[in-house]
Design a protein around this ligand. Structure first.
Ligand code: IMP
Length: 200
């Protein structure tokens, strides 16, 4: 199966490539081989944004497109930053500024529960579409630690671990991440191939 990855985020590209390497018969194209136009992420949910990206890029390129939308939901902030995760501290999508804002908002807050969520959508030019969702539960650290990964990885401690994702590194992250779980669910849906997964 030949798929175009519908993201320009280098961190996501590296992770998705590593995760899908284990799946036979997938040839992954990225924006380097097949350029595409940015799709505004203005939906209310991860699913809406992921579908929008997959459909628009598939229409533009005529290829099967795998797109995902993901973000961080913090319990004490009522689920924020959620779909606004990339732009939490402003339109420039600055990871450091986002982390600084998050830690500032959580100053003195003892409930530090958080969850990463990812929704992945695979859209074919003939209209067939599948979806998979994955989450990763954890806690927000008191200060950033580690240098691997991207986004909020330096402040996210997954459940069952004492280190942040940025300290744990890609091998562990890619085994447990919301992105891996979403892609696994997507692959299971394709293999089960239920019509329920057709475009809604
Ligand atoms: P978008 O899906 O391009 O809107 O961006 C999602 C944003 O959520 C990223 O820019 C990060 O801020 C955050 N995010 C999503 N997944 C991860 C992850 O695996 N690690 C750290 N941050 C993430």
């Amino acid at each position: 199966m030949r798929l175009l990855l519908g993201t320009k985020n280098r961190g996501k590209i590296a992770e998705i490539r590593a995760i899908l390497e284990e799946v036979p018969d997938i040839e992954l194209l990225t924006v380097r081989e097949q350029p595409f136009t940015d799709v505004p992420e203005d939906g209310e949910t991860f699913e809406e944004n992921a579908r929008k990206k997959a459909r628009a890029i598939s229409q533009e390129t005529g290829l099967a497109v795998l797109a995902e939308d993901s973000g961080l939901e913090v319990a004490a902030l009522g689920g924020a930053p959620g779909v606004r995760s990339a732009r939490f501290a402003g339109e420039t999508k600055d990871d450091r500024a986002n982390i600084a804002k998050l830690l500032e908002l959580l100053t003195g807050v003892t409930d530090r529960r958080a969850r990463f969520r990812c929704v992945a959508v695979l859209h074919f030019p003939d209209g067939r579409e599948w979806i998979g969702e994955g989450t990763l539960d954890g806690q927000i650290a008191l200060a950033p630690r580690g240098s691997a990964g991207f986004g909020y990885d330096p402040v996210f401690i997954p459940e069952g671990y004492e280190h942040t994702l940025a300290e744990l590194g890609p091998q562990i992250k890619n085994q447990i991440s919301h992105r891996r779980r979403a892609l696994q669910a997507l692959i299971a849906a394709i293999r089960g191939s239920s019509p329920r997964e057709r475009a809604r």
